[in-house]
Design a protein around this ligand. Structure first.
Ligand code: ADP
Length: 695
């Protein structure tokens, strides 16, 4: 509540100020405590006409008699037996809802220099007003008053000078008996009429303009609130037209339309009520839309819906004159007004900004119409506000409601623009996101492609490596089998050992087949897995086994082999034995390949606590200095068909493997003097990290 007040302080202050100002204005200005005329409560009150005053209120000097059944005529009412039934009106002009007919008696003495005066009833919806004079008055020269056709209920009286004239007025109406009567000098009467017509002209002109404006808003905006509102204005104006008596006055009671309406509705009051209920009905529709009751006041919304349904029923009741209709109609008006007020306030409270204007409009109309309502219930005297309060209020209300509508339209427009902006923003965001995704996708694709290219290259390399390395053992096995087929005993008496050795080579070849299989299964991430199958080996034992394996190799190639191991210790090392065998086999294969038959290949190993050095020396053709420089480079990365041709792969593979083991490989050679390859493996990799340089 505090927060709400803080947020809407200005509106509240303005509303309260307007309301208070309205009440003060009404009570102080339009309801003066001092009455303009002294009320004559004597049994026979008399209106004394003078030249000083041009307008007299008859109500302060008249007596009334209720005739609910309308049973008496003018001569019966003049009987002296009826005298005591008349009671002083004491200034009152409203006599409640139950009497169908009222008799009024008043006596006038004309002391003025004017003889023509007008008796005027300022309530157009009184169905009938008849005027009678008593015997004495007629004898004194009073002729029955002439009804004026420029006003709904007005009689011209020719009043003899200084002679009392007693008049009997019979008023008949279906609804509330409101009888404000004035006696006005003829010139003053015409002046008053002129002013009234000017005001009516202004008012109905304004209403027409308003209705046309609101209707045009509907044409442009296609918002049904506008059509409801313009219908509300039109029906309100029509009800006011009959309330002011303009159709009766301007068209005459005999005119087709007035007569037709009278035939349908019986009385002017019912015609007024018909249009007034229609106007309330559309006001409900309109306010339901503007106040957005469903959202802001769901409970009141149900009540409003009930009234929506009650309205046409009530209109039917009116047309068919259902009994008890008048009471229901009054209750309907009362409840409708209460619901509308509650709806407007609840909506404001719940944060509907357009509802603030409605509240302001309501304050205006109820503030200004309050005297008229009070007047109906006999709580206020007749005055401008009681007579024109609805009109004045409606002008103020129309302006404020139109502001409410235009505020709502603007609000909707703002919301629309905002939604559009939001949509554009979202679209831009979406475009940006898509662009980003696109970039990311492109990047991913190019990374992926690059990876795939690398992977393919790597795979090719591995395939090349395997194809290369499998040749050496295959040659040995081929040689061995061929020798056996030819019946050559390489080592007489060692047939079995020879077979075992060959079997060892076959197993070694088998390992390559495993590698190939693994390579076919692996995806690019795991392609180096063959390098990762490491084992902890006793280094001395391992070297010895390798040397034995290689020795067989050398012998089959027709060379002699000599090997030695110098071990200061026997550490355990983590290596990939298969790959290390590939290195040694490659080196030995080269040594054999580039040496003449019967030359010697020397294998040597030195095991120290921190390093293991393996040497392979031959007495072959040696390598020229310039060739030696790039000897460990992979010179052929081309098609697989060239792989078996032997184009500088073996040493590159060997170096890769040694680097994997964090070791180094070096070559020393001189043309014609043989070559020496040395592999150094650190025992503890953490302690000895050698920077591997190309030779
Ligand atoms: P490949 O796989 O074709 O044998 P390597 O990488 O094993 O190739 O050797 C590259 C080249 O180095 C050989 O073509 C050869 O010219 C030379 N080379 C390698 N080892 C020796 C060696 N022990 N004696 C003489 N030349 C050698």
């Amino acid at each position: 509540m505090k927060k709400y007040l803080a947020e809407h302080t200005r509106l509240f202050l303005l509303s309260i100020f307007l309301f208070t100002a309205g009440v003060v204005l009404v009570w102080n200005y339009f309801m003066p405590l001092e009455r303009p005329f002294v009320i004559d409560d004597s049994p026979n009150p008399v209106i004394q006409l003078t030249d000083e005053i041009e307008k007299y209120s008859v109500n302060v000097n008249m007596q009334v008699l209720s005739d609910p059944g309308g049973i008496w005529n003018d001569s019966q009412i003049q009987l002296s037996s009826m005298d005591e039934r008349f009671v002083p009106a004491s200034g009152r002009s409203a006599f409640g809802l139950d009497g169908k007919t009222y008799w009024i008696r008043t006596t006038i003495i004309n002391h003025s220099s004017l003889d023509l005066w007008v008796l005027r009833l300022s309530n157009a919806i009184v169905d009938k007003m008849e005027l009678y004079a008593d015997e004495q008055s007629r004898a004194a020269g009073f002729e029955n008053g002439k009804r004026l056709d420029d006003h709904y209920w007005a009689y011209e009286l020719r009043l003899p000078v200084d002679q009392p004239v007693t008049l009997y007025i019979r008023a008949t109406t279906e609804g509330s008996m409101i009888l404000p009567l004035d006696l006005i000098s003829t010139p003053s009467y015409h002046k008053i009429l002129r002013t009234e017509y000017l005001l009516f002209g202004l008012y109905y002109g304004f209403v027409l303009l308003m209705a046309a404006y609101v209707f045009s808003m509907y044409i442009f905006m296609r918002d049904s609130a506008y059509i409801y509102y313009s219908l509300y204005i039109i029906f309100f104006a029509l009800s006011q037209l009959f309330w002011n008596g303009l159709p009766q006055e301007l068209l005459g009671e005999q005119s087709g339309i007035v007569e037709l309406l009278l035939r349908i509705f019986n009385s002017y009051e019912d015609i007024f009520l018909f249009f007034f209920i229609l106007c309330l009905w559309f006001a409900l529709f309109f306010l339901d839309k503007v106040l957005q009751l469903k959202t802001y006041a769901p409970i009141i919304c149900y009540a409003a819906k009930a009234l929506h349904w009650a309205s046409p029923l009530l209109l039917l009741a009116l047309i068919f004159h259902w009994p008890g209709f008048s009471t229901i109609a009054i209750w309907y008006e009362f409840i409708a007004v209460l619901i509308l007020i509650a709806a407007a306030f609840v909506s404001v409270f719940r944060g509907n900004i357009a509802a603030r204007y409605i509240v302001l409009g309501m304050i205006a109309i109820f503030g200004l119409a309050a005297p008229a309502v009070m007047y109906t219930f006999n709580l206020a005297d007749y005055n401008i506000l009681t007579h024109y309060g609805y009109q004045l209020g409606s002008v103020a209300e129309f302006i404020v409601f139109t502001a409410a509508l235009s505020y709502q339209t603007k609000q909707k427009e703002r919301e629309r623009i905002q939604a559009q902006r939001q949509m554009i923003n979202n679209q831009e965001k979406l475009v940006r996101t898509l662009e980003r995704w696109n970039e990311e996708l492109e990047q991913t694709v190019s990374e992926r492609t690059e990876k795939l290219v690398q992977s393919k290259r790597r795979r090719n390399e591995l395939l090349q490596n395997i194809s290369h390395d499998v040749r050496s053992p295959l040659t040995v096995v081929q040689g061995g089998i061929r020798a056996m087929m030819l019946g050559i005993q390489v080592h007489p008496g060692e047939q079995n050992k020879h077979l075992e050795n060959l079997y060892g080579k076959v197993l070694y070849i088998n390992r390559f087949i495993d590698d190939l299989f693994e390579l076919s299964l692996d995806d690019e991430e795991d392609e180096t897995s063959s390098y990762q199958t490491t084992e902890d080996v006793h280094i001395r034992q391992w070297i010895e086994a390798e040397f034995v394996f290689l020795e067989e190799f050398i012998r089959i190639a027709g060379l002699s082999c000599q090997w030695s191991i110098h071990a200061a210790s026997d550490p355990i090392m983590t290596i990939n034995p298969h790959d290390m065998r590939r290195v040694l086999t490659n080196l030995v294969h080269n040594a054999c390949k580039y040496s003449l038959a019967n030359k010697r290949v020397t294998l040597g190993a030195t095991i120290e606590s921190d390093v293991v050095i393996i040497r392979i020396e031959d007495e072959g053709q040696g390598i020229s200095a310039e060739h030696l420089i790039g000897i460990f480079h992979r010179s052929n990365r081309g098609a697989q068909s060239n792989l078996s041709a032997g184009k500088g792969l073996g040493l590159a593979i060997s170096k890769e493997i040694i680097v994997q083991h964090e070791g180094t490989i070096t070559a020393e050679s001189e043309r014609g003097k043989g070559s020496k390859f040395e592999v150094r493996l650190p025992v503890s990799r953490q302690q000895e990290r050698e920077i591997v340089k190309d030779n």
